[in-house]
Each structure stands twice: as C-alpha cells, then as structure tokens.
Design a protein around this ligand. Sequence first.
Ligand SMILES: [Zn+2]
Length: 202
Amino acid sequence: MAYARLRYSGLGATPVATDAPEPGRPQPPIYPLEIGAHGGYLEVRATPADGSCGVHGYPCQHPGVDVAGVAGTPVVAPESGAVVMAGDGAAAPFVGYGPWFAVIQGDSGKFHLLGHLEPATAGMAAVGQAVTAGQQVGVTSSANHTHWEVRDKAVPDFANGETNFSNNTDPIGWLALALGAGTLLLVGGAALFLWLLSRRAR
Ligand SMILES: [Zn+2]
C-alpha cells in the first residue's frame, strides 16, 4: 500500500498544548494534538522503510505534521472553508497521501491537506461541501495518524520549480498564529502603553 511508506511509529508522540476546540475557531485536525515520533514539520527522513526517499517526488523532508490518532479517529477541518479536492492518492501529485485525502480551502486562503483518511466510512466530506472549523471531514485509517499540510496553493506549480516546501507553512506555526491573534493584540497594546509611559517619564 502506498501510504505505508509514511510510517508512524506511534511511539514517543509529542503532545502540543493548544486551546480547546470551539466550533468555527481554528483548531488541529485531531484534538488533543500529538505529533508522532517521525512526524514533525521539515523533519529529515533519511531512511524510509522502503528506501523510497526522493523517488516519485516523495520528499526526504516531511512537508507537514503527522497528527496521531488511532484508526477510526474523527478528523476535522482545521478552519472554516470548503472542501476543494479529495481522492485516493493513487495518482500524481497526491501519491502517498492515501488511502484517501481531502483538501480544504480555509477562509484565510490557506489550503489544508489531510492525508491517510479511511475512505470506506461515513463522515467523509464531499468536494464542494462547505465546512466549519471542527466539522468532521473524515476518519483516520490504519496509518493511525493524519498527515496535515498547510499550503499556499492546493497544488504547487511543480512545472515552474515550486515544491511542497516553497508552498508550505508549518501547521503548528499556522495554528499558533491563528489562535494567537488576540494575544498578539494584547502584547502590542501593552508595548504601546509602556512606550507612552516612557515618553511621559522623560
Ligand atoms: Zn506525514
């Protein structure tokens, strides 16, 4: 099976603290968020189990994060938007993302690719369907994780030299930014207040 090469040990999963999910608010595709031992963003994969590194476009660096979840775990939309693509990962440029994947275009403009879903289940979102952040779009397969990418485009312009890496953002960084907008405003406000205080003190 093509997806087996994207191995997930299930051992040493790293929990990542995020806000508890609320419908309509950006959130990880599985909560609580745990990253597999070999599933971090840009993690180097020098020794794939089947030696396929670099073959058929399979990257030696990981272009997303593997979010742990045993087979059958609901996978949800990380942000509100619409399902724009779905498929079995059997053909380029989605080889390796099966047995089923979905791409959601979020309201932020980013594209969320969720791979290794189980196609033979209920709860699978259809292409064209509008989704709210937190709404189920599929379930995990026997890969025991979903592979989550945050892309600028649904498909990079490979013909013009773009790659998954020139096109992708660290999903954890994206989530932190999406959840932290209020915090950033607060910090910015505090900085302005301190600057005004320092002006008065002169
Ligand atoms: Zn992965």
